[in-house]
Each structure stands twice: as structure tokens, then as C-alpha cells.
Design a protein around this ligand. Structure first.
Ligand SMILES: NC(=O)c1ccc[n+]([C@@H]2O[C@H](COP(=O)([O-])OP(=O)(O)OC[C@H]3O[C@@H](n4cnc5c(N)ncnc54)[C@H](OP(=O)(O)O)[C@@H]3O)[C@@H](O)[C@H]2O)c1
Length: 260
């Protein structure tokens, strides 16, 4: 099925295009499937700048190494393999259209409404992906505000296909992050959370060979070339700012009666 004319015109008559749709398992990049049509339609439009949001998962298994953008990408999951293909596809399209282009390889995104604090407060069982990530020694993450700042910086820095890792300075294990989130919650809302249940969320599950998947992702390039100064260099300030913005956790699955 071809994209709607309205959508094509929206892209064509704007100057900046941020691609944030992840690849679809079994399909690939939904938009790049129409690459030839995009080349024809966008060649005489207003588009000047393009950024594709990819993932640090493209590096694959790295045995705990420090990984910068020149590290060979050896994706292992289907999604990561599709992300690498999509990165190349978008950079080629941008090249053919003469656009400034970059790829952002993002760590795990967190922010208000999507964080360890939210997961604990919601008290829902962990998804399979969350259980798997719980076993990693290092997990790179980035606060959504720092993605925003990086995008703004990239708009003012023309690039013909640069790749940037967008992660914070502190690739901490998920278990540590959950323990910290729990401390913040118990300090702010004493008695709200079932402590034992919350602790079990943080526990890593037993999985063999997990170290192979570990990596510490370097953000040196984005700091040097785009001048990024992280608002949240660590999950600690990121989670603190999230909980500071939360009034009460009543919006979730039960009424909150403060234990005072
Ligand atoms: N989440 C992470 O921790 C993480 C980590 C690394 C990289 N990334 C990358 O960062 C980007 C944003 O991630 P995200 O988790 O926020 O992704 P998401 O929630 O799955 O979706 C982001 C955007 O893509 C749109 N979208 C998703 N599937 C679509 C489909 N089949 N057709 C049309 N639009 C579709 C969504 O539209 P609706 O709003 O209409 O649903 C939304 O605007 C993605 O490219 C992802 O690969 C994410």
C-alpha cells in the first residue's frame, strides 16, 4: 500500500524530518519500503535535514567492552539487524536528496511516565524484555530531555551521515537503578509500595552467557562534536527529576493513603 498523498506532502513541505518509527518484525522499515517514491516526491521539496533514531542494540554482543561509533556493528536480534539496514537506507536516501543527515543510536529511553519509578509504582509483572534486561551488568540509557537537546544541537550542525551514540555517562545495571528508584519512592511515599514485591522486580534472573551481551556505550563523539552537556549524566538525577514531578501515584492501580 502506498503512503497517503497528505503524508508525502507533509514531509515534502517541511524542512526537518525525524524518523522515530522502529522497524517492524518480519517487515523492516515501513517507510523505506517506499524509497523510490520518496526519492521522486521529495527531490523538489523543502526538506533539508533528516535524523533516524536507531538503537545501541546494533552493536550486538560486546563482552563488556567500551563501544564507540567505530566499533563494528554485529547485531544479534532480528530487530537490531533491521535497524542497521534501516540506518543505511535512510542515510542513502538523504544522500540522494542532498540532505544533512545523522543517525542517533539511542540507549534505553526513559523519562516521565516511562522509568523504573513508574514500573515500580504500577506494580505490574515485568515483561520478558524487562526480565532479560534485568540480568545485564551494564545497560546504557538516556533521559528523553537529553535526546531532545542532542536533536537541537544536530539541527545546527550540518552532517552528511554522521552516527552518534546518545547515552548517559553511567551504564549501570538495572538492578542498581531499581534499588535507587525504590529508595526514592519509599522516601516520598512511605508505605505505598510492597517492599518485597518491588525488590523482586529488581532482582536479575539467572541467564547464562549474559556478559557476552554487555557493553558500555561511549558518548564521547556527541559531546565533542555536538557539544552535548547532559542534563542527566546518570540515572540518579534523571529519576530524581521524574519523581519530583510526580504528585501522587494515585493514577495507577490503587488509591494512595499516605502512611503518616
Ligand atoms: N524505547 C527505547 O528504549 C529505545 C531504545 C533505543 C532506540 N529506540 C528507538 O527510538 C525510537 C522511538 O522509540 P519508542 O520506544 O518511543 O517507539 P514506539 O513507542 O514504538 O513508537 C515511536 C513512534 O513510532 C510510531 N509507530 C510505531 N509503530 C508504527 C506503525 N506500525 N505505523 C506507524 N507508526 C508507528 C509511533 O506512533 P504512535 O504514537 O501512533 O504509536 C510513535 O510515534 C524508535 O525508532 C526506536 O527504535 C528506542
Amino acid at each position: 500500500m502506498e503512503p497517503e498523498r497528505r503524508t508525502l506532502n507533509t514531509i515534502k513541505y517541511h524542512t526537518h524530518l525525524l524518523v522515530s518509527i522502529p522497524p517492524i518484525p518480519g517487515v523492516g522499515d515501513l517507510v523505506l519500503q517506499h524509497g523510490e517514491l520518496l526519492r521522486q516526491e521529495l527531490s523538489d521539496g523543502n526538506l533539508q535535514w533528516l535524523c533516524y533514531l536507531s538503537s545501541t542494540s546494533v552493536y550486538g554482543h560486546c563482552g563488556g567492552e567500551l563501544v564507540d561509533e567505530d566499533y563494528p556493528a554485529r547485531p544479534s536480534s532480528e530487530l537490531a539487524k533491521m535497524s542497521i539496514v534501516a540506518e543505511k537506507g535512510w542515510l542513502n536516501l538523504a544522500h540522494d536528496l542532498g540532505l544533512s543527515a545523522q543517525v542517533f543510536r539511542l540507549g534505553g529511553i526513559y523519562g516521565p511516565g516511562r522509568s523504573a519509578v513508574d514500573t515500580i509504582v504500577k506494580q505490574k509483572p515485568l515483561s520478558e524484555g524487562q526480565k532479560m534486561r534485568a540480568s545485564r551488568q551494564f545497560t546504557s540509557r538516556v533521559h528523553v530531555e537529553d535526546i531532545g537537546q542532542s536533536l537541537k544541537a544536530a539541527i545546527f550542525m550540518p552532517s552528511s551521515g554522521k552516527i552518534y551514540n546518545i547515552v548517559d555517562d553511567d551504564p549501570a545495571p538495572r538492578e542498581e537503578v531499581f534499588r535507587y528508584a525504590l529508595e526514592l519512592i519509599e522516601r516520598k511515599w512511605p508505605g505505598y509500595i510492597d517492599h518485597e514485591a518491588a525488590c523482586s522486580m529488581a532482582k536479575p534472573c539467572e541467564q547464562k552467557g549474559i556478559l557476552r551481551r554487555d557493553k558500555r556505550v561511549s558518548n564521547a563523539r556527541v559531546k565533542k562534536e555536538l557539544g552535548l552537556r547532559l542534563l542527566h549524566p546518570s540515572y540518579k538525577s534523571g529519576l530524581q527529576s521524574i519523581i519530583d514531578q510526580m504528585d501522587t501515584p494515585v493514577c495507577y492501580n490503587r488509591e494512595f493513603k499516605p502512611n503518616r
